[in-house]
Ligand binder design. Structure first.
Ligand code: EMZ
Length: 388
C-alpha cells in the first residue's frame, strides 16, 4: 500500500523551526513550512513581492531561460488586480455546462481507450493527453493543436530527467509568437484573439503582455495537472474502496477533488522576493533574498489538518493552499478542478480496479528535502467495472 503514497518530507523541520533552506542556482531560498506563515506571507505582497525579474519567483528559478513576464502571476497589486480582472471571466468558462460536456466527452474517450489496453503508461498515455486536449477548451483552440502540445512532453521548460532547458523553452516562445501573429491576421474566438481585443487602461495589450498571459497558461497548468491526474490514478489503484465510494456517494466528488489537491500538492512551492529586511519564524530575511511559500508542507500541517497524511475523501474543513493563497491564487483552478472532478466521476463509472505494473517515482531535489511529486512513468492495467 505504499506505491501511491506521497510522503511528507517537511514534517520534522516544520515542527522544529518552521523553515528550511534550499540553494538554487546560487540564489538560495528560505522555505516557509507552516500553514500560518505561508498564508500570512502570501498575503503580504508589500514585503514579499512577485514582481522581481521574470522567472525569479519560481523555484527552481527560471531567470536563465525566460525574459517574458508571466501575467498576472509576476505582477504585484494593484496592477495585478487590473490584469486579473481582465482575464478572470475567460478562466471561469470551465464552470459553464457546455464546457463541462465537452470535457466529459474528452475524458470518456480517453478512459474508454485505456480500458482496451493490457498496459497503459499513465503519464504519457493518459495524463499528458488529457491535459493537452483539455487545454484546447481553455484556449478555445482547434482540437488538432493538442497534437503539437503532446509532442512537447510533460514540462514545457524541462527535458526528461533534466533541469531547465532553454532550447525547449524556445519552442514554446516561438509557437506563442506565431499564434499571436496568426490571431492578429485572422482574429477568431480563441484566447489569443480575446487578449488582443481587450482594452487595458485605455489601450490594447502589447504583444509581450499577451505572450506573458499565454506562457503562464501553458506552463502553469502543465506538469501540475499531469501530476494530479497521474497521482489520482495511482491512488485509486491502491484504494479501490474510494472509487466504490464515489460510485455510491457521487455528491462527495467536489470534496474529494479538494482533498486530492491538498494531499498531492502538485505545485510544491512558489517564491517571493523580500523588498526589505524582515523576519519570519524569528529568522532574518535580507532584502532582495528569496523566500518560498511551501504549499506542499503547509498542506500537511497537523495543527490545521487532522490525519494530514491520509486522503479523507469527504474531508469537511479543508483550508488547503494547493492552489496558492490570497490574491495570487491559481487562475486555472476552475479548469483544473473540472478536469479532476470529471476524471473521478468517469473512473468511478467505468473502472472496477487498477493494477500498478511498474513505475518510477519523480522526486524533486529541494536541498535538505527530497519530495516525491508523482511519477516519471507508471504502467498500470485498467479493469472494466463489471458488476453494478
Ligand atoms: C510558472 C509556474 C506557475 C512557471 C502557478 O505556477 O508554473 C511552473 O510550472 C512554470 O515552470 O513558469 O508558470
Amino acid at each position: 500500500m505504499s506505491k501511491s503514497k506521497l510522503p511528507d518530507p517537511f514534517e520534522k523541520v516544520r515542527t522544529a523551526t518552521g523553515y528550511g533552506q534550499m540553494n538554487d542556482q546560487d540564489d538560495p531560498a528560505t522555505l516557509l513550512l507552516r500553514h500560518k506563515d505561508v498564508r500570512k506571507s502570501a498575503h503580504n505582497y508589500k514585503t514579499f513581492s512577485s514582481a522581481a525579474v521574470p522567472g525569479r519567483i519560481v523555484v527552481p528559478s527560471e531567470v536563465n531561460i525566460r525574459d517574458t513576464r508571466q501575467i498576472p502571476f509576476e505582477v504585484d497589486p494593484p496592477l495585478h488586480g487590473k490584469y486579473r480582472a481582465l482575464v478572470e471571466p475567460w478562466f471561469r468558462r470551465p464552470l459553464e455546462e457546455p464546457y463541462q460536456e465537452k470535457l466529459a466527452a474528452q475524458v470518456t474517450a480517453i478512459v474508454d481507450e485505456v480500458l482496451t489496453k493490457d498496459s497503459v503508461e499513465v503519464v504519457n498515455e493518459l495524463a499528458l493527453l488529457l491535459q493537452s486536449r483539455a487545454l484546447t477548451l481553455l484556449l478555445n483552440a482547434p482540437y488538432s493543436e493538442a497534437e503539437t502540445w503532446i509532442s512537447w512532453g510533460t514540462h514545457v521548460f524541462r527535458s526528461e530527467g533534466e533541469a531547465l532547458d532553454g532550447d525547449k523553452a524556445s519552442i514554446l516562445y516561438d509557437y506563442i509568437d506565431e499564434q499571436i501573429e496568426r490571431a492578429i491576421a485572422h482574429p477568431g474566438e480563441d484566447m489569443y484573439s480575446m487578449l488582443l481585443a481587450i482594452e487595458f487602461e485605455g489601450r490594447k495589450l502589447t504583444k509581450e503582455e499577451v505572450k506573458g498571459v499565454m506562457v503562464l497558461t501553458f506552463a502553469g497548468g502543465r506538469d501540475t495537472v499531469i501530476n494530479a491526474v497521474t497521482n489520482a490514478v495511482a491512488y485509486f489503484s491502491e484504494h479501490p474502496q474510494s472509487l466504490e465510494r464515489l460510485r455510491k456517494e457521487p455528491e462527495i466528488a467536489s470534496k474529494a477533488v479538494e482533498e486530492m489537491i491538498r494531499y498531492f500538492s502538485p505545485l510544491t512551492q512558489m517564491g517571493r522576493v523580500a523588498v526589505e529586511d524582515t523576519q519570519v519564524c524569528e529568522h532574518a530575511i535580507k532584502a532582495n533574498s528569496r523566500i518560498s511559500l511551501c504549499w506542499a508542507s503547509a498542506n500537511r500541517d497537523a495543527s490545521v489538518f487532522e490525519n494530514p497524511n491520509e486522503i479523507v475523501m469527504d474531508r469537511k474543513l479543508n483550508p488547503h493552499v494547493g492552489f496558492g493563497f490570497s490574491h495570487h491564487n491559481c487562475l486555472g483552478a476552475s479548469h483544473a478542478r473540472q478536469i479532476l472532478k470529471i476524471l473521478l466521476q468517469t473512473l468511478a463509472a467505468k473502472v472496477g480496479s487498477i493494477e500498478i505494473l511498474d513505475y518510477q517515482e519523480n522526486i524533486e531535489d529541494l536541498g535538505e528535502f527530497q519530495r516525491k511529486v508523482g511519477y516519471d512513468r507508471i504502467n498500470v492495467k485498467f479493469n472494466k467495472l463489471t458488476k453494478q
